[in-house]
Design a protein around this ligand. Structure first.
Ligand SMILES: C[S@@+](CC[C@H](N)C(=O)[O-])C[C@H]1O[C@@H](n2cnc3c(N)ncnc32)[C@H](O)[C@@H]1O
Length: 207
């Protein structure tokens, strides 16, 4: 789906993915010291806004202007201190120049063809400060046979191993595993990757 497709999906609808943050984000981020976060493909901002309410300073990037307008509308009801920690950026995450400014980078439920996904993952890796954490979560390929929900095209789904391969040894893998979400009467399978950048001065020798 391109940006116009996403704009149409969001147009005239309430919050498509709800207002509550993703449960796995809450589980992980509550173990981290707050800092600067980058939310790639932030949608209508549920995760970025939650992080900002927890004291994180967040840059949230999405190529759907309709999604960003909705995110702004929700954020407008938050206290000023929270609003001031949020920046909404209208951009394509596969073409995003990034600098190592972030303690935490999220890429949640972004489903792209593998070449495009690898570009987004590279932007995410380049955005991490030393010791920064990358968190990717999305619909697992196994949903097609054994799970439920998410896109129905195998090409844009992924497994934890696909994400490890996308990282290409640039980060230390902390977690690469399946996660199970109970939705109505069924179970959805997610692929989760947590990876960290090495501390300053200890970059692995890739030569
Ligand atoms: C399924 S939604 C997930 C939104 C959010 N991460 C969440 O978990 O609520 C996918 C989002 O990715 C955005 N998106 C897809 N491809 C993109 C790209 N190349 N650059 C920026 N945003 C993109 C869409 O506009 C959409 O908001």
């Amino acid at each position: 789906m391109d940006a116009a497709d996403w704009d149409r999906k969001y147009e005239g609808r309430e919050l498509v993915y709800g207002e509550a943050p993703n449960a796995t984000l809450v589980e992980v981020a509550t173990t981290l010291n707050r800092g600067r976060a980058l939310d790639l493909a932030s949608g209508q901002g549920r995760n970025a806004i939650w992080l900002a309410t927890r004291g994180w300073t967040v840059d949230a990037v999405d190529f759907s202007s309709v999604a960003l307008t909705a995110a702004n509308r929700v954020a407008a009801t938050a206290p000023r201190s929270v609003r001031e920690r949020l920046t909404w950026i209208h951009a394509d995450v596969t073409e995003l120049p990034t600098a190592p400014n972030y303690d935490l980078v999220l890429m949640f439920y972004l489903h792209l063809p593998p070449n495009e996904r690898r570009k987004a993952v590279s932007a995410a890796v380049s955005a991490l400060k030393p010791e920064g954490i990358l968190m990717i979560l999305g619909h697992h390929t196994a949903n097609l046979d054994a799970g439920v929900g998410g896109p129905q095209e195998a090409e844009i789904l992924y497994t934890p191993d696909d994400l490890v391969s996308d990282i290409d040894s640039r980060l230390t893998i902390v977690t690469a595993e399946n996660r199970y979400r109970h939705v109505s009467e069924a179970t959805a399978i997610d692929a989760l990757l947590l990876a960290s950048r090495s501390p300053l001065g200890s970059e692995p020798d890739r030569g």
